[in-house]
Design a binder for this molecule. Structure first.
Ligand code: BG6
Length: 496
């Protein structure tokens, strides 16, 4: 049945059915995030949460498991007992074999008096998305107001993502589908829109005329964290670049949307993805560096290399690090490269976007200082969320003549906004899904355009036998990544 009613309306109760409620994501992220929404009075009084998993838990056992997870993943001073009690009362549990159609009759009974606008959150492997959607539909649990939230990965390449999208799409309309990229829920990622489109001074500078290059770095301190099997099939390109880094690139590069609604924003993001240049086999090794961490250090202790992690296949050629140059073939960005880099087990965690502005055309200060004379806009997404504009000033002092120095105009959100708590990305995403706003979710054509670009690059590096460079755990990645960017006359901004 194809619904015709727009499900995106916030005038209704906000109830959630959580598939995979005892999985890591639910316990570590989703349930604590729902608790925080409750604490901020953002859930309606009648919001109910039904956890579904295979374990034969009673409502009480589930509630106890959630109480434990809250103690672990919500800061002690945020876990007040009144909210905790209210939140736990919202919970119910049902043991469910998600693949078995007849089991959904129990689910139907459980939801009999829940009314409309139910959000189904699939915190499960994508391999069972199809079964779940088909069973919900066959049992009459998909009405025009239902929504379905899908966790990544949506496939491991274009073809497999199309299969998932076709399957889910044969039961739910695109307006009902909410594909998660948790980076879109991060507060500072949202701030990119404000920075770009609420500040006219930047709007006029935002193009190849004034910007020399853009750098997007997502350095992670963590390694594989017990997910070796999953990660080895993905690698950093599929795990991070295809989704999080490309979403950041889109927000930096897209044209101003005519309005701030979901489709206006997503239309502009898709245009950017479609304008990304493919890579050429003859030059790919000048544009891309793959790395894998070897033995090294993490938090002052020795740390095993990727091939020495538990469960490792010691001959794996999977990359845990990627650095690449992306070019966007459109009027705004032709000639301004976007450098993306991301790695696991790096020296420290840092997610940053750096806009390198072009130098002045005519430099009148001491010639040995000319290399200083470039403004940089540093957008820190995590940690220490903030924005800094590197500017040049005169060194203070009568003896300093007109020597220049570089100083930041610094916006540290913790200071300017009075140390307010920065919500976790999942809090915002859950809230938006419950309210029925798709702006922060990824549309089908975005996912597919991103896969198309990544697939082409992966195929080209396989064909060209791109080398895999080693870097010691706890460092800044392979030297080759520095050589790659320096060869274009550009430099990584060093923080990670
Ligand atoms: C996930 C990846 O999507 O994002 C993980 O699968 C990665 O491998 C994580 O560690 C990074 O997220 P964050 O929010 O910690 O930057």
């Amino acid at each position: 049945m194809m619904p015709t009613v727009n499900p995106n309306s916030s005038e209704h109760s906000q109830s959630l059915v959580l598939f995979g409620a005892l999985g890591d994501l639910s316990l570590r992220k989703l349930l604590p995030a729902l608790f925080q929404l409750d604490k901020a009075n953002l859930l309606t009084d009648d919001t109910r949460i039904l956890g579904l998993a295979r374990k034969p838990y009673s409502d009480t056992e589930f509630t106890q498991a959630v109480a434990q997870t809250l103690s672990k993943f919500v800061a002690h001073d945020e876990l007040d007992s009144a909210t905790k009690q209210r939140f736990l009362q919202r919970l119910n549990y049902l043991q469910l074999d998600m693949k078995a159609p007849q089991a959904y009759e129990d689910l139907k009974l459980k939801l009999a008096d829940w009314g409309s606008h139910i959000t189904y959150y699939l915190a499960t492997p994508p391999s069972i998305f199809g079964d779940i959607c088909s069973n919900l539909n066959a049992t009459g649990l998909n009405d025009p107001t239902s929504r379905i939230v899908l966790e990544k990965p949506i496939g491991h390449d274009l073809a497999s993502s199309q299969v998932i999208n076709d399957t889910v799409g044969s039961f739910f309309t695109e307006e009902q589908i909410y594909r998660i990229d948790h980076y879109l829920g991060k507060e500072t990622v949202q701030n990119l829109l404000a920075l770009r489109f609420a500040n006219p001074i930047f709007a006029d500078l935002w193009s190849h005329d004034h910007i020399s290059y853009v750098e997007i770095t997502v350095a992670e301190e963590v390694g594989i964290e017990g997910r070796w099997g999953y990660f080895d099939h993905a690698g950093q390109m599929r795990d991070m670049v295809q989704n999080h880094l490309l979403q950041l690139l889109c927000l930096v590069a897209m044209e101003p949307p005519s309005r701030l609604d979901a489709d206006s924003i997503r239309n502009e993001k898709v245009r950017v993805l479609k304008a990304l240049q493919p890579m050429h086999p003859n030059t790919i090794n000048q544009y891309l560096v793959r790395g894998q961490y070897g033995d090294g250090h993490y938090q002052n202790q020795t740390a095993p290399g990727y091939l020495n992690e538990p469960d490792a296949n010691t001959t794996s050629q999977t990359e845990t690090y990627m650095a690449l140059r992306a070019d966007i073939a459109n009027w705004r960005w032709a000639g301004t490269p976007f450098y993306l880099r991301t790695g696991k087990r790096m020296r420290s965690k840092a997610t940053e976007i750096i806009i390198h502005f072009r130098p002045s055309r005519h430099f009148i200060f001491a010639s040995d200082q000319e290399s200083l004379a470039q403004n940089k806009l540093v957008i820190r997404l995590q940690p220490y969320e903030g924005i800094a504009l590197q500017t040049l000033t005169k060194e203070q002092g009568i003896d300093k003549g007109m020597r220049l120095r570089r100083d930041p105009l610094n916006l540290d959100f913790a200071q300017t906004q009075g140390h307010i708590r920065i919500p976790d990305a999942y809090e915002r995403l859950l809230l938006e899904a419950l309210k029925g706003d798709q702006s922060l979710f990824v549309r089908r054509d975005e996912v597919e355009a991103a896969w198309q670009w990544c697939d082409q690059i992966r195929a080209t590096w396989q064909q060209s036998a791109s080398p895999l460079h080693t870097y010691p755990a706890g460092t800044q990645g392979p030297h080759a990544a520095y050589d790659m960017i320096n060869a274009f006359g550009h430099h990584w901004y060093e923080h990670c």
